[in-house]
Design a protein around this ligand. Structure first.
Ligand SMILES: [Zn+2]
Length: 439
């Protein structure tokens, strides 16, 4: 029976309670990424797979053919495949089922991070925004296509993956692509409702995670005056690595200010490219302040523009710090050491790329809204890293769009607006309808 898009959108409204139930079921499953810092693998392993088992029942009900992809047998990805009638472009909708470990788990408004609870139209619980509402919305879109007997010419695939929070794309998204689930385009349904209401984000900054290490010279705290007294022996008596670390933090704040003025991109808010000192650790080998600290370590997360080279960014940071260090007699001889731990590549799809336009038009059509073209006044960049980078790396054009406010991701009392989950599902269905040629 031929159908039209408005019937599919109506079916999404009709199925809304089912999608909310699915979201609650997924939130109740502890699917903390077993490789995340602070997580104990034996305690959380299997949660990702259990989420995908719950989804498998729903995918089957939506008429999707199931495929399990498991590079790590204890962490299984699920692909739901809806074969097209032929002649149309194929599309993947992607979401991850792993979450980060909860912060302050004993202090959530809903009693526990895994106690899914609806208050004032929002569902509270860990992973609600990042990104179990998105996975539920993906299913809702597919189910509505099934309910209305809609036909798409191109294939539609749902990629429900593991390992995103630790960039283990080779176990998750990239494993699915390499297993043969390569489509003409992908929508990664991470939360895109800030800084604007639910939008479409074709770009994301590159991220570097790095550490700076400093060495000092320990001595008794009674020598403080000798070490800092003008005309005194200074460094010969002791060097406090903690205060050298504070200097490095200040120097990189200066560089960050420079970047705020010199680095820009038309899809990002001004000043987005930044250098965050997230962990500062320093001590004299004992957790007491009666010695000069002989070691300091600062861990950073920095964002750089998608069109800049990652190695060039490394040079900018190191040159800036080492340039200042040359004026410090101790640091000249005992240079700060850098460890470049992880690079998450940027995403960089142009606004006029067909899949971006298909998602924009889908969202506009389904939700009766208009998205402004990107500019620094209406930025469209995704404010975090996502698997869109790895579709792009595999040659699949990708865009990010999905329910939830990024500012709530990874936070205590994470929640998602249920209206937005439905709105996102409608946008995804309309995108698939346009891209895969529905009728
Ligand atoms: Zn996420």
């Amino acid at each position: 029976m031929p159908t039209d898009l408005s019937a599919v959108l109506a079916a999404i409204d009709a199925r809304r309670p089912d999608a909310e139930e699915l979201l609650a079921d997924l939130v109740r499953i502890n699917s903390v990424n077993p490789e995340f810092v602070g997580a104990v693998r034996d305690e959380v392993i299997g949660g990702e797979t259990r989420c995908n088992q719950v989804l498998a029942e729903r995918f089957e009900q939506a008429g999707l053919e199931l495929h399990w992809i498991a590079e790590d047998p204890e962490r299984r990805n699920l692909v739901g495949h809806r074969a097209g009638a032929g002649g149309g472009r194929s599309l993947a909708l992607n979401g991850h089922v792993d979450t980060v470990p909860p912060v302050e788990p004993d202090d959530w408004v809903n009693g526990s991070p895994w106690n899914a609870e609806v208050r004032d139209g929002r569902l509270y619980g860990i992973g609600s925004t990042d990104m179990k509402a998105a996975v539920s919305a993906m299913w809702l879109a597919a189910q509505a296509l099934e309910d209305t007997g809609a036909a798409l010419n191109g294939d539609l695939q749902l990629h429900s993956v593991v390992g995103e929070e630790t960039m283990q794309h080779e176990l998750g998204t990239s494993a699915c692509i390499e297993a043969g689930f390569r489509t003409d385009a992908a929508v990664v349904c991470e939360p895109t409702s800030l800084p604007q209401p639910l939008t479409v984000s074709p770009v994301a900054a590159g991220n570097w995670y790095f550490r700076v290490r400093l060495h000092g010279k320990s001595t008794h705290c009674g020598n403080r005056a000798e070490a800092i007294r003008p005309g005194g022996p200074g460094d010969a008596i002791g060097v406090n690595a903690l205060e050298k670390g504070v200097k490095v933090i200040g120097w990189l704040q200066d560089l960050e200010t420079q970047w705020g003025m010199t680095k820009s991109h038309p899809y990002f808010m001004p000043g987005f490219f930044s250098i965050l000192p997230g962990v500062f650790y320093s001590d004299p080998g004992l957790d007491i302040p009666f010695y000069f600290a002989n070691r300091a370590e600062i861990a950073y997360s920095l964002w750089y523009p998608p069109d800049e080279n990652r190695d060039e960014i490394v040079h900018q940071v190191e040159d800036h710090v080492l340039g200042h260090a040359r004026h410090d007699p101790w640091l000249r001889e005992h240079q700060p050491e850098f460890e470049w731990i992880n690079n998450w590549p940027p995403a960089n799809t142009p606004w006029d790329e067909p899949i971006v336009q298909a998602m924009v038009r889908g969202h506009e059509q389904a939700n009766d809204t208009t998205l402004a073209d990107p500019s620094p006044q209406s930025p469209v960049a995704f404010g975090a890293a996502s698997d869109a980078s790895f579709y792009e790396a595999a040659g699949v054009p990708a865009v990010v769009s999905g329910p939830g406010e990024l500012q709530l991701a990874h936070c205590k009392n994470e929640s998602v607006a249920l209206d937005e989950m439905t709105a996102a599902a409608k946008g995804l269905a309309a995108c698939a309808w346009g891209w895969c040629d529905g009728s």
